[in-house]
Write a protein that binds this ligand. Structure first.
Ligand code: UFG
Length: 340
């Protein structure tokens, strides 16, 4: 049984961070959230979770939060997350992701906090030639979002040399590289909020509830069996559980770091996702075949061998119909105006 240290969740008000908060609390971990509300409102954070409104780039605030709440581990989600925006406003991504993470890491080191779980992304691999993607495959990100996350991983890799040398910092870290995260908490305590999402499952469920007229399919001329892009979709609650399992492993093995792809190792095309939606709602949700979206790699599928073998983690919701029905139930809750 792992000792339950207090975990600071940066970006804990956001979509994935809030699910991590729920998973930690469900596992009995004390949690504190730090969130600047740049992409959330705090409404997804349970009322009894200590909540600090502010930025990870605010050095004094971070130092005070770590000290005042006796933080023993970090889960770091805070950051900017839109690939397309990272192309038009790259410096925002280096500022909010890379530079702000540097401040956080420096304060974590100064406070002597021994464990750090980092929210990384499949975008660090760019458009890989070989599938499924292994953790040691080339890191060739094709947009500033991916570069900003890869730079943070490199800072952690250089700074965290757990117990290996007295000259560098004695903490260990996990970089969890997410593939396509979707769905909602099965108890509907959290899910994706906001109407600006570009994610296919969110958009598809909005279309199913007639919040939008149709779903655009961005290209059916890719070198895939049905011509649409293939992705590896993972349920957000399984991903959140992987964070808790990664933290437990960091505590259990303090001299090791973890680099783990987070996906199911199963590729689904956009057309297959929309077919699954039609099955769930038992009607044909209108789709419009259109041109490619710039920058989309044809296929991204994880090898999750390391995740499965390293962590005490078994996915509980590894089915696209389950992902879609939870996302749909959440979308209905939003449509009903039910207070989240
Ligand atoms: N798509 C459509 N229509 C839409 C939206 C998306 O056809 O309305 C397609 C996209 O073209 C793509 C697929 O659905 O082929 C998945 O697109 P998403 O926008 O849902 O997700 P991405 O794969 O583009 O990106 C996600 C995260 C990124 C992360 C990346 C890594 O949003 O942050 O996965 O795999 F970097």
């Amino acid at each position: 049984m792992t000792d339950k240290i207090t975990v600071l969740v940066t970006g804990g008000g956001g979509y994935i961070g809030s699910h991590a908060v729920l998973a930690l609390r469900d596992g009995g971990w004390p949690v504190v959230v730090l969130d600047d509300e740049s992409n959330s409102t705090g409404v997804l954070v349970p009322a009894d979770v200590p909540y600090v409104k502010g930025s990870i780039a605010d050095r004094a605030l971070v130092a005070a939060t770590l000290r005042d709440h006796r933080i023993g581990a970090i889960m770091h989600f805070a950051g900017s997350i839109l690939v397309a925006e990272s192309v038009t406003d790259p410096l925002k991504y280096y500022r909010n992701n890379t530079q702000a993470s540097l401040v956080l890491i420096e304060e974590v080191v100064a406070a002597g906090i021994p464990h750090f779980v980092f929210s990384s992304t499949a975008a660090i691999y760019g458009a890989p030639e070989r599938l499924p993607i292994d953790e040691d495959d080339p890191k060739l990100p094709i947009n500033p979002y991916g570069v900003s996350k890869w730079m943070t991983e490199q800072m952690l890799a250089d700074a965290a040399r757990p117990s290996a040398s007295s000259k560098v910092h004695d903490f260990n870290y996990a970089a969890l590289r997410y593939f396509n995260v979707a769905g909602a908490d099965p108890q509907l305590r959290s899910g994706q909020i906001g109407r600006t999402s570009t994610h296919i499952v969110k958009i598809a469920t909005e279309a199913a509830l007639e919040k939008r007229p149709h779903v655009d399919v961005f290209g059916v001329d890719y070198p895939t069996p049905d011509g649409s892009c293939i992705r590896d979709y993972i349920h957000v609650s399984d991903l959140a559980a992987a964070h808790v399992a990664a933290l437990e492993k960091l505590i259990e093995r303090p001299s090791e770091n973890l680099l783990l792809n987070c996906g199911y190792g199963t590729g689904l095309s956009v057309i297959e996702v929309l077919d699954a939606l039609d099955t769930v709602v038992q009607r044909k949700v209108p789709r419009v075949i259109g041109p490619r979206r710039p920058g989309d790699p044809p296929q991204l599928v994880a090898s999750n061998r390391a995740l499965v073998e390293t962590l005490d983690w078994t996915p509980a919701h590894a089915d696209i119909h389950r992902i879609i029905s939870d996302a749909l139930a959440w979308e209905r809750k939003l449509a009903d105006g039910t207070p989240v």
